[in-house]
Design a protein around this ligand. Sequence first.
Ligand code: K1U
Ligand code: ZN
Length: 172
Amino acid sequence: MAKLDIINVPDPLLRTTSDPVGQVDDELRRLMDNMLETMYAAPGIGLAAIQVAVPKRIIVVDTDGEEDERKPLFLVNPEIIWESAEFNIYNEGCLSVPEHYAEVERPASVKVKYLNYDGKAQEQMIDGLLATCVQHEIDHLNGVVFIDYLSKLKRNMIIKKVQKADRETKVL
Ligand code: K1U
Ligand code: ZN
């Protein structure tokens, strides 16, 4: 497995709509394994392929935390087919917007349809942090970043701070 580079805002790749996957084959599974290693190393609880500059509709998530109890989910071509009328607010972060967090409101529960690691079609009801995380990652597949839910002023301020921090890291 290999750790991949995560791109940050304002990289224009983060604004692209990712392409559906045709077939889940060994090459795609290798990408999913590398995404998972990258996510755990970051550390994070989710990662979309576009965050490692691959415009394919793939996300990996693991919101359970403990290293000895890892339960990763691989979602290929994920689609939300139902969402609850009830909403949750969560203080979200993003590996492509390092060090910045903001409250975002999203449906509390969703039903998601996807292909799993073996290419098998699945439908699953999810709630809590997992539902928040899956919605955040599906947003990435549509070129949406969580800071888009904030005011333009706050969003631009965060982008400038991330750019400045990245410039300073490059110089070191
Ligand atoms: O960049 C990403 O898409 C990953 C992001 C996922 C996410 C976090 C919170 C709410 C919705 C979606 C992260 O993983 S940011 C890092 C983070 O939240 C975290 C890191 C270590 C332990 C626990 C959480
Ligand atoms: Zn993110």
